[in-house]
Design a protein. Structure first.
Length: 223
């Protein structure tokens, strides 16, 4: 099986919102591969973050891909607005609409990469009939809605299961929730190649050093 590139996607949910543009520039310069944007609606998840005006306002400060995670339901009415605001990857939750296959088709029809996110209790089996619509699978390793939570160890087995389902397909496996330099190796060993880290990066004084540490821990076990 071909090894996919390891990518670090810092989540701006943990950034200082009073200086968000500067924070995005900082993680770009620090070596981020993607900019992870967590959108919460206060309905599908128990919190509200931000929407397209905020995303649009920071689009011009970086050329790095916007990795947009929509924790909103229903999600279909908002796909176009996030596409227009600069999303490169749009990831939706399996439960966020009545017709997952149609949602993924719509994302790709807009010229964007399509992803599905699975909550900790959502089985990997929901992916079975949409695998060929996917560019990315996001495994939530915490229950969505809040930053700063601890990684749920049982998700390592789920990541491995999804890796086996993906096989040789051109699909990234992303993990979001409690990712740190201390567990990055285990996560990559299980099969992931895109790591989302929020607090682990933004709560440090040296973003570049932390991104390097996470990358080093992950690549030390990558095969």
């Amino acid at each position: 099986m071909k090894t996919r590139p390891l990518l670090i996607s810092p989540s701006i949910l943990a950034a200082d919102f009073a200086r968000l543009g500067e924070e995005v520039r900082a993680i770009d310069a620090a070596g981020a591969d993607y900019i992870h944007i967590d959108v919460m609606d206060g309905h599908f998840v128990p919190n509200i973050s931000f929407g397209t005006p905020i995303m649009d306002s920071i689009r011009s400060v970086t050329k790095k891909p916007f990795d947009v995670h929509l924790m909103i339901a229903p999600v279909d009415p908002y796909l176009e607005s996030f596409a227009k605001a600069g999303a490169d990857i749009i990831t939706v939750h399996a439960e966020a609409g009545p017709h997952l296959d149609r949602t993924l088709q719509a994302i790709r029809a807009m010229g964007k990469k399509a992803g599905v996110s699975l909550n900790p209790a959502t089985p990997a089996s929901v992916l079975k009939h949409v695998m060929d619509r996917l560019d990315l699978i996001l495994v939530m390793s915490v229950n969505p809605g809040f930053g700063g939570q601890s990684f749920i160890p049982a998700m390592l087995e789920k990541i491995s299961e999804i890796r086996d389902m993906v096989g040789g397909r051109d699909i990234d496996i992303e993990v979001d929730g409690g990712v740190t330099r201390h567990n990055a190796g285990d996560i990559v060993r299980a099969g992931a190649n895109v790591l989302v880290a929020g607090s682990a990066i933004f709560k440090t004084k040296d973003y570049a050093a932390e991104i390097r540490a996470i990358r080093a821990a992950a690549t030390s076990v990558a095969v």
